[in-house]
Design a protein around this ligand. Sequence first.
Ligand SMILES: [Zn+2]
Length: 209
Amino acid sequence: MTEALLLVDIQNDFLPGGALAVADGDAVVPVANALMPAFEYVVASQDWHPPQHLSFAAEHPGRAPFEVIELDGYEQILWPAHCVQGQPGAGFASALDIAGIDHVVRKGMDRRLDSYSAFYDNHHRNATGLGAHLKARGIDHLVVLGLAADVCVKFTVLDALAEGFAVTLVRDGVRGVDMQPGDTEAAIEAMRAAGAVIADSATLAGAPR
Ligand SMILES: [Zn+2]
């Protein structure tokens, strides 16, 4: 198998102090930095929204973040404005070793369409190109970590499995939003049930490859 490391949305707005902070989200950064040297190919995704993205609660008068609305016939969770293209919040975590990243895939650029997965928008209308990019390089196994476990990591892993990639989820390399208590554990169980292997970074970093 040819492996790649996939870092999902390790961006300032998802870290403590950010617009859509994930509790303890900065804990994934040293895990990413420790794993990167063990991989020949490292890909990072970036949530990359236009300023008035319709996933932002502020675009819907009278609505608050974390409410659910119907948008174009689909349920849409409303989020605080986050990861606006070119803004500091959309940047990679400052402590992340970006020199170790070989390829960046951006998502969520269509104002009307959210994109939790690094492979497809939430309605599976458009591919980001990540799947074809990886397959063109002969990569068939993804080791995944990042933010948030119960949103973008989950949908990225489920799409990766559906695309035929083997997936290992780095358990200590993810943190979740937990809009409802237990969401993160449920997401990890859903990924495992779909075929992902759940592993700790210590075992991955120490393994010969
Ligand atoms: Zn977003």
